[in-house]
Design a protein. Structure first.
Length: 339
């Protein structure tokens, strides 16, 4: 059986998409309108009986050369690498995907992917003579076999009149141990012009597997409580790309959910004892008890090996939903001793 046929025959669990919360929609809108270089056109989630907060099989698999389909585009992630961002070493550890498909006059090429044991990050390019605007977004995110929920974010940048580069970061959640290898399927379905809301549809269908990077895990189990909410930094996992901060959020007083039905926590600041400040990228979280508790994670670039401690600051977001009210509270810093 050819490798193409193997991809065509891959079976993946159906994942039913659900709407993100109004809180997340407002955060995305602020990113899109406020900071051009940090656009997050959408935050998508899919779940079955859980709450999740964010973060090519039927068509032709012919893969024309990169020079023919999307010339001059290499090292796509370099367009999105910002100072102190987790993807600084992306090119050094990424798995080569190199799948290209053309549909409805639009060529899409998936270049690389990295799975750091928590999130999968994919780089891709689009070539088209159709107007997608300055910052289009995807109609449909990636899907991961076996996950029961996903949080994700994506960015697309226009680099010339016919070429766009994009990156998608997806954090799948599993009811049990996270596998060492992910089976990923991506059917974009359409790219949407944010300015006009017009869609360019197509039948692009990609499928590939990505193995996890090797992680070093450090158990932390440090807690901070404030405003009726407790946050436990559970562990750190470090690899050649990133350090993942795993933490849990717990509602100590269930009455809080009557006033604020949507409560989330993000790590907003991370600084080591050497003075290095790390840009924090939230992966969202998942709840299996109607929002009383969440399992969350955030990603930063790999912590400096010389550092002896990392201090993080959690921030609580209280929301009434539907744009009716929002309050934020910063919690006390948590200093994590590094081994």
């Amino acid at each position: 059986m050819s490798e193409v046929k193997k991809l065509v025959d891959i079976s993946i669990d159906d994942i039913e998409p659900v709407e993100v919360s109004e809180l997340e929609k407002r955060r995305v809108k602020q990113h899109v309108l406020g900071r051009k270089k940090r656009r997050k056109p959408y935050q998508a989630i899919a779940a079955a009986a859980v709450i999740v907060i964010g973060a090519g099989i039927a068509g032709s698999f012919a893969a024309p050369s990169l020079a023919t389909q999307i010339p001059i585009i290499q090292n796509i992630m370099s367009y999105f690498t910002e100072e102190d961002s987790y993807n600084e070493n992306f090119a050094k550890v990424a798995a080569d995907i190199s799948q290209t498909q053309t549909s409805n006059g639009v060529s899409v090429m998936v270049e690389d992917a990295v799975f750091d044991g928590s999130s999968i990050t994919v780089s891709y390019a689009i070539q088209t003579d159709k107007d997608l605007g300055e910052n289009p977004y995807l109609k449909n995110p990636l899907e991961v076999k076996g996950s029961d929920g996903m949080g994700g974010s994506g960015r697309i940048e226009k680099i010339n009149s016919s070429t766009y580069v994009g990156t998608e970061k997806i954090t799948p959640h599993f009811n049990g141990k996270t596998p060492n290898s992910l089976a990923v399927r991506w059917e974009p379905k359409a790219f949407v012009n944010m300015e006009t809301n017009e869609s360019v549809k197509g039948d692009w269908k990609f499928a590939f597997n990505v193995r996890s990077l090797e992680n070093q895990k450090e158990v932390v189990n440090q807690t901070v409580s404030a405003h009726g909410v407790s946050v436990v930094i559970q562990s750190l996992e470090t690899n050649d790309l990133s350090t993942i901060i795993h933490y849990g959020r717990f509602i100590d007083d269930k009455a809080i959910l009557e006033k604020w039905p949507d409560v989330s926590v993000e790590i907003k600041t991370a600084v080591d004892d050497l003075g290095n400040s790390y840009k924090v990228d939230s992966n969202g979280g998942i709840s299996r008890d109607n929002g009383i508790s969440f399992d969350d994670s955030s990603t930063i670039k790999s912590v400096d090996r010389r550092a002896k401690s990392l201090t993080v600051v959690p921030v609580i977001y209280f929301s009434k939903g539907s744009g009716e009210g929002l309050d934020t509270k910063e919690m006390d810093p948590i200093q994590i001793e590094l081994k």
